[in-house]
Design a protein around this ligand. Structure first.
Ligand SMILES: [Zn+2]
Length: 268
């Protein structure tokens, strides 16, 4: 009698212990995977798909650094040290709630592998060339965090849209541009390899927040002062696609290179 009664109890205790361990360990392990996580595709955003169903709370479980935008294209998203900021049309940055949603975002759990001093006096193009020269694996993704002083920096934000949505290249005509002079702050962003052209911004894509985390935007131009850049090379790429009716009907293949170039680099 005692044999039959103790075995099941022991089994239950063991199974229960393992189940607790598994559930306790798995979210932790999931959070720390070294991967680029992306929601939706850049072509979907270019086509005017400005509403997603992924919340910032969900996105925060995929990374603590990155960039993107918010539903209705309501401003630029900048993610630093696990905090999610919106830069609005006034250039001001404010933290957002976990319930806000995004139509496009790219994040990672940033782990610096290499730190380089940034030469002073570089234009944005020269900075990109400098960073590009340090890339060892051109077919991987790289995440960057650059802390420093910028002799000048030009950033932008985009206005919230109302349906029916216009394409992004059209909306960008209404962007607001902010000029910073001798500003201390942080750039965050990514370099994506050329073969992901239909999915993400190829080459470099960087967003900015000042040291107070009170202003910033999508970077259009700059001149470097003293600073350091940290690099994280990443070999894993995760995507989540919008589970929306709009996404299921949208045409995602096509040559959007010209539209993307206008969106990424348009100066006012
Ligand atoms: Zn951007």
């Amino acid at each position: 009698m005692s044999f039959f009664s103790t075995i099941p109890v022991r089994f239950v205790v063991t199974a229960g212990f393992l189940a607790c361990f598994f559930f306790a360990a798995s979210p932790q392990a999931q959070e720390r995977v070294e991967a680029i996580f992306q929601y939706s595709t850049i072509n979907a955003l270019l086509q005017g798909l400005y509403d997603g169903e992924m919340t910032i709370g969900e996105l925060s479980r995929q990374g603590d650094m990155g960039l993107g935008t918010f539903n209705h294209l309501d401003g630029e998203m900048v993610v630093m040290d696990g905090a999610f900021y919106r830069v609005g049309m006034d250039g001001k940055a404010h933290m957002v709630t976990a319930e806000e949603k995004t139509p496009f975002a790219v994040v990672t759990f940033f782990e610096a592998e290499e730190t380089l001093p940034v030469p002073e006096g570089l234009s944005f193009k020269e900075l990109i060339d400098f960073l590009d020269d340090s890339v060892s694996n051109r077919n991987a993704f790289q995440a960057y965090r650059l802390d420093g002083i910028f002799k000048s920096l030009r950033a932008r934000s985009v206005p919230a849209q109302h349906k029916p949505y216009e394409k992004l290249a059209h909306v960008i005509e209404e962007q607001a541009v902010f000029e910073f002079v001798n500003v201390t702050g942080t750039l965050v962003g990514f370099r994506a390899p050329d073969y992901v052209a239909d999915l993400n911004v190829t080459g470099f894509h960087l967003h900015f927040l000042d040291a107070d985390r009170s202003a910033g935007g999508h970077v259009l131009g700059l001149v470097t002062g003293p600073g350091t850049v940290q690099v994280n090379e990443i070999n894993e790429f995760h995507m989540r696609l919008p589970d929306t009716a709009d996404f299921s009907h949208i045409e995602l293949i096509g040559d959007h290179k010209e539209a993307l170039e206008k969106v990424e680099t348009k100066r006012q």
